[in-house]
Design a protein around this ligand. Structure first.
Ligand code: CAO
Length: 446
């Protein structure tokens, strides 16, 4: 026999007057047992109320925006009398033609269903305690409609990792799409912003948290503004760019003799002529020969944007941290002018007076530690550039000339490049060519 039964809001713990945020059925709909009827959303959790049995929706008693509590009639369902309500809450009471169901807080991914898409950020959220549910585990970390939850489930996205842009941080379909795009763009890798969280996002053990004061005196020093900005950028570049560092050394004995012979002229012009400006000119010659090194990956990752201008970023060590001002159109300038511009830019950098424009538009960077010391090192590519040259201090070495050892001034070079753009063979050709030009700049004329 067919009868009409009211479906009630079940026991939802201490919550009262909870807003209905979604009505998923309408009169005339045929629903199956456990199919979601409405969604309620408290400050702490989103709950779907499922049908206690199958039937046809005859009348809706609630609409989006209504605030309802336990016992309120959600809808009337026509069903045959022989159906047994599923998951009927033990607290359900009232006339026999009224049935309350168990609310279904949306569950987190179970260990059997790991999220397929990696999170884009390193933040780790602890799920808030949710409305007590008698039969299911609860994750109330994300607020989202069932439709969005279904969409996220289909894509394997863990909603707990998605930042909601809707009211009360509600996760919208667009947020899930943006999340997936981000993950795809990053090749599935997270984009951590802090060192401590990164390990977690990469599936590595948690960062060790040590109370150093237990072992001896400590001093906590605030990081400079530059370091706070450059640190995460360096980390991003290190994590996202598959780096190769190719090293070489080049004979600058003749170049140094020439540079020193020019020192009087440089003095007259009030510039300091260091090896760096000759290296900048040589780099441009190499970039012209190997244009891929003067490129950037297109945002979609399917093309190279090759630049026909040569703006060289030069890493400058300042009291506040590392900055990279850009010397423009290096191909069109002589070494004296480059020395003058480099002097001005590095003074501005050290005085903290660089403008954002001074640091924009670079196509390739050089990090020179030649004035300080040390051998080869691994410079980090300065995204969105694809390569960077590290220059170390020149050293006098015995070099075999085929007959005997000669004392030659050798300059160590370390070229890091983005292996997505540049193959190892190309890297080796670039540094070999560059070394040859630095060693004998007449080659740049060939
Ligand atoms: N080998 C030997 N000597 C070198 C040299 C090299 N490769 N490069 C520079 N020198 C010498 C210079 O000739 C100069 O000698 P004098 O004082 O006798 O004239 C001295 O070292 C100091 O040079 P400099 O550092 O003032 O000038 P520069 O043009 O070589 O570099 C700049 C300019 C701004 C790049 C540099 O001052 C600087 O800040 N370097 C640090 C960059 C940095 O921190 N990189 C690391 C980034 S990753 O964290």
């Amino acid at each position: 026999m067919v009868s009409l039964k009211d479906v009630l809001v079940p026991d939802i713990g201490d919550f009262k007057e909870i807003p209905v945020i979604e009505v998923l059925v309408k009169p005339g709909d045929k629903v199956s047992p456990e199919e979601s009827l409405i969604t309620l959303e408290s400050d702490k959790a989103t709950m779907e109320v499922p049908a206690p049995f199958g039937g046809i929706v005859k009348k809706m008693n609630v609409k989006v925006g209504d605030k309802i509590s336990e016992g309120a009639v959600i809808l009337s369902l026509e069903s045959s009398d022989d159906v047994t309500p599923v998951a009927a809450a033990s607290s359900a009471s009232g006339p026999e033609n009224k049935v309350a169901t168990t609310p279904q807080p949306v569950p987190p991914p179970t260990p059997d269903e790991p999220p397929k898409a990696a999170p884009p950020a390193a933040s780790v959220t602890t799920p808030e305690p949710a409305v007590p549910a008698p039969s299911r585990s609860v994750s109330a970390a994300a607020h989202a409609s069932p439709g969005v939850r279904r969409f996220a489930r289909e894509l394997g996205v863990d909603l707990g990792q998605v930042t909601g842009s809707g009211p009360k941080n509600r996760v919208l379909k667009e947020d899930v799409q943006a999340f997936v795009k981000e993950v795809m763009r990053e090749g599935g890798a997270p984009a951590p912003s802090t060192g401590t969280g990164a390990g977690l996002a990469l599936g590595l053990p948690a960062w060790p948290l040590v109370d150093f004061a237990k072992f001896g005196p400590i001093e906590k020093q605030a990081m400079s503004r530059i370091r706070k900005i450059s640190g995460p950028a360096l980390h991003r570049n290190w994590v996202h760019i598959p780096h190769i560092t190719q090293t070489d050394e080049t004979d600058i004995t003749e170049l140094e003799a020439f540079r020193k012979s020019m020192s009087k002229e440089a003095e007259k012009l009030k510039v300091k002529l260091t090896p760096l400006v000759f290296i900048m000119k040589s780099v441009v010659a190499a970039l012209k020969q190997f244009p891929d090194f003067n490129s950037s990956l297109a945002p979609e990752g399917d093309a190279l944007i090759v630049k026909r201008y040569y703006h060289i970023g030069v890493a400058v060590d300042t009291p506040g941290g590392l900055v990279v001002p850009v010397v423009r159109d290096v191909d069109q300038k002589g070494v004296m002018q480059l020395a003058a511009e480099l002097g001005t830019l590095s003074a501005k950098a050290r005085d903290g007076k660089l403008s954002p424009a001074d640091m924009q538009g670079g196509t390739f960077s050089i990090s020179s530690l030649g004035g300080i010391g040390g051998g080869h090192f691994t410079p980090i590519v300065n995204a969105p550039e694809v390569a960077i040259l590290g220059v170390s201090r020149s050293v006098m070495k015995p070099v075999w000339d085929g007959t005997t050892f000669q004392p030659r001034l050798m300059l160590p070079l370390s070229l890091s490049y983005d292996h997505r753009v540049i193959d190892g063979a190309q890297g080796a050709r670039f540094i070999t060519y560059l070394a040859a030009v630095i060693s004998d700049m007449r080659r740049a004329l060939l």
